[in-house]
Design a protein around this ligand. Structure first.
Ligand SMILES: [Zn+2]
Length: 462
């Protein structure tokens, strides 16, 4: 940490209120692609160029300032989202799993607190749970990211103006309903179920969640939904509506693409690419806002870490990559896994012919994805082990557990399309940082993740 960063850090952690000057951006957008490492960004670019016929790279890669950031946590070269979120919200490294606290378990201030004191409205948006690590890093201080009820209580008691996610996790406590919605209501929040019901809200504080209770944190992947579906975009449009209505003078909006990480834990290239494209479509809203207010709007885009160790190219294809071969995939690996689980429950086992048809229909095998004899042999052998002898092999990819057949199908898909994965966890690879608008000049050289929030505050205090 250099001297300037130390001074800024001292400023950030002090309780002194500083007011933004005329040079400071009035509107700050902070986009965080969860798990969106260089492989998923370049993989999407490559898909656009070679399969979708689009020549320009992703929106944020065309911003005037682009650099990269290190992501390691206090106790590991491979961070988790809690430690990374804490670094990106507060400028402090902490241990994996800890949220809004230093490694000594002392709470640290974050930029949402500081910007709120400076008169900015605060909005946090994600397409995973609203109390998941990344959004929670902007309001919670807990030793473990799994303390959902405590995190939700801190959200309810925070000064945030708008919070949106697929759901909140702290609904149950000791096996019973926790009373968390009442806690939000007591603190002046309107709880809105589904974007279409936003207009019913009258309070300047809104918690927006799905209109149906989802069992997962995840709201579902774009690849499994109709083409026009983009929850992150719809939540962000609602957030913009809310902020321009209630805090039109100044606001800060953090927007997390949470599903990118989930898909990358599954090593599922097509699903990752679709999530990155939804993230870009969401960012277009902020970019349009920037175009209307170019002197007053700062957009900063980064990722909390890399997930999956994704590469464009892998040993099966040498100097090549064939993203067009992903075009027949119309189902996420997670949903394909659910389909296989259902088939495994059937009293009469699924036949090889039936499975061949499913692979053709859902993944483009035998049509877009050429399956040679060696691949067919691998499919037949793993089919035998998963469906006939029913071995107990599972690949535990954090959010999903995949039987051997599912794992082999997607390993073959990656080999033939030419995308590589080295892990089902995160990696210590650096991530991109791009920015546009007043203050963007602060993001043009390599950074550590702890410096990013400090630079945002530096821009806000200019
Ligand atoms: Zn993750």
């Amino acid at each position: 940490m250099n001297l300037k960063s130390i001074l800024l850090s001292a400023l950030l952690t002090s309780s002194v209120t500083l007011f933004a000057t005329d040079n400071a951006p009035k509107y700050i957008f902070y986009f965080i692609g969860d798990g969106m490492g260089p492989g998923s960004v370049m993989g999407t670019d490559t898909y656009l160029r070679l399969a979708a016929g689009r020549s320009n790279p992703l929106l944020w890669e065309r911003f005037p300032q682009c650099s990269m950031s290190t992501t390691y946590s206090y106790n590991s070269p491979v961070t988790d989202s809690a430690a990374a979120g804490t670094a990106l919200s507060s400028g402090h490294k902490t241990r994996n799993n800890m949220l809004g606290m230093g490694p000594d378990s002392v709470a640290v201030r974050n930029i949402a607190d500081d910007l709120k004191e400076m008169g900015y409205g605060i909005g946090l948006v994600t397409n995973v749970a609203a109390d998941d690590a990344t959004p929670a890093a902007f309001y919670a201080h807990v030793p473990s990211r799994d303390m959902a009820y405590e995190i939700d209580t801190q959200a309810a008691e925070s000064k945030i103006d708008f919070l949106a996610g697929s759901r909140i996790r702290g609904i149950k406590r000791n096996g019973k309903y926790s009373g968390i919605y009442e806690k939000f209501a007591e603190n002046g929040w309107d709880i809105v179920r589904g974007v279409k019901n936003y207009n019913e809200a009258t309070s300047p504080r809104v918690l927006l969640i799905n209109d149906v209770d989802t069992l997962n944190n995840n709201s579902g992947y774009a690849i499994d939904k109709p083409a026009e579906w983009n929850l992150l975009r719809d939540y962000t449009a609602t957030a913009l509506n809310h902020m321009t209505k209630h805090t039109p003078e100044r606001f800060f909006l953090m927007i997390e693409g949470g599903n990118i990480d989930w898909a990358a834990h599954d090593d599922d290239a097509a699903t990752i690419i679709r999530e990155v494209l939804d993230f870009e479509e969401t960012m277009q809203l902020a970019y349009d806002f920037y175009l209307a207010h170019p002197e007053e709007t700062l957009i900063v885009v980064t990722a909390d870490h890399e997930t999956g160790g994704m590469t464009v190219g892998q040993k099966s294809v040498g100097y090549n990559c064939f993203p067009k071969r992903l075009e027949g995939q119309t189902i996420s690996k997670a949903n394909f896994n659910d389909l296989v689980s259902e088939l495994l429950k059937r009293p009469n086992p699924v036949s090889k012919e039936e499975m061949k048809q499913i692979l053709t229909d859902k993944l483009g095998f035998y049509t877009i994805v050429p399956i040679n004899e060696a691949c067919q042999k691998r499919l037949d052998e793993t089919f035998e082990r998963t469906f006939i002898s029913r071995n107990d092999y599972f690949n535990d990819a954090l959010y999903h557990k995949f039987p051997e057949f599912v794992e082999e199908v997607f390993t073959i898909m990656n080999e033939i399309a030419g995308f590589g994965f080295t892990t089902t966890k995160h990696s210590g690879n650096p991530v991109g940082v791009c920015a546009i608008g007043p203050g963007s000049d602060l993001f043009g050289s390599p950074l550590d993740n702890t410096e990013i929030p400090l630079r945002i505050m530096e821009a806000a205090k200019r």
